[in-house]
Design a protein around this ligand. Structure first.
Ligand code: GNR
Ligand code: NI
Length: 167
């Protein structure tokens, strides 16, 4: 069992804004390892620290079929975004809800790796979608907030009911 718990929408802690990591030290690396374990166990293709109530700019991702290509982005910044693409998204913090969201098609991202070393990544397709989805979490934004308020209300009601029944 992974030791981290994923917050579920509409938990207000999902709306906290993450702060940049100042020093990529062993405690940051421990959090990254725990996040990766939690993402793989879920299973999901990405996880933002915000989702496990750690409000630091840290993302883990793995969009590979084989689940053997973990990517870690610390303090990510999008430096270039081109095109638009619509794709169905889901979220581990909003279980059972899927809807189409429009995002940039191709992005260039600067970030730090798990050793604090800067790198630049160009992404398109599912990886680009996932990075933008995770960066939204760091800003306190959950994908359902792009949907109409009627859809958001329905989702809130459904998830509150699910949480009640689970309790
Ligand atoms: O596991 C996930 N799948 C997914 C599918 C389409 C678009 C985005 C995602 S991210 C999601 C994991 C998650 O909630 N990350 O924040
Ligand atoms: Ni998510």
């Amino acid at each position: 069992m992974p030791k981290l718990t994923i917050l579920k929408y509409p938990d207000p802690r999902l709306h906290k804004i993450a702060r940049p990591v100042e020093n990529v030290n062993d405690s940051v690396r421990q959090l990254i390892d725990d996040m990766a374990e939690t993402m793989y166990a879920a299973p999901g293709i990405g996880l933002a620290a915000s989702q496990v109530d750690q409000h630091l700019e840290i993302i883990v991702l793995d969009v590979s079929e084989e689940r053997d290509n973990l990517r870690v982005l610390i303090n990510p910044r999008i430096t270039k975004a081109e095109g638009k693409a619509k794709r169905e998204e889901g979220c581990l913090s909003v279980p059972g809800i899927y809807d189409e969201i429009e995002r940039a098609e191709c992005i260039t991202v600067d970030a730090l790796d798990r050793n604090g070393k800067p790198f630049t990544l160009q992404a398109d397709g599912l990886l680009a979608v996932c990075i933008q989805h995770e960066m939204d979490h760091l800003k306190g934004k959950v994908f359902v907030e792009y949907l109409s308020s009627m859809k958001q209300n329905r989702i809130r009601t459904k998830l509150k009911k699910q949480a009640r029944q689970a309790a």
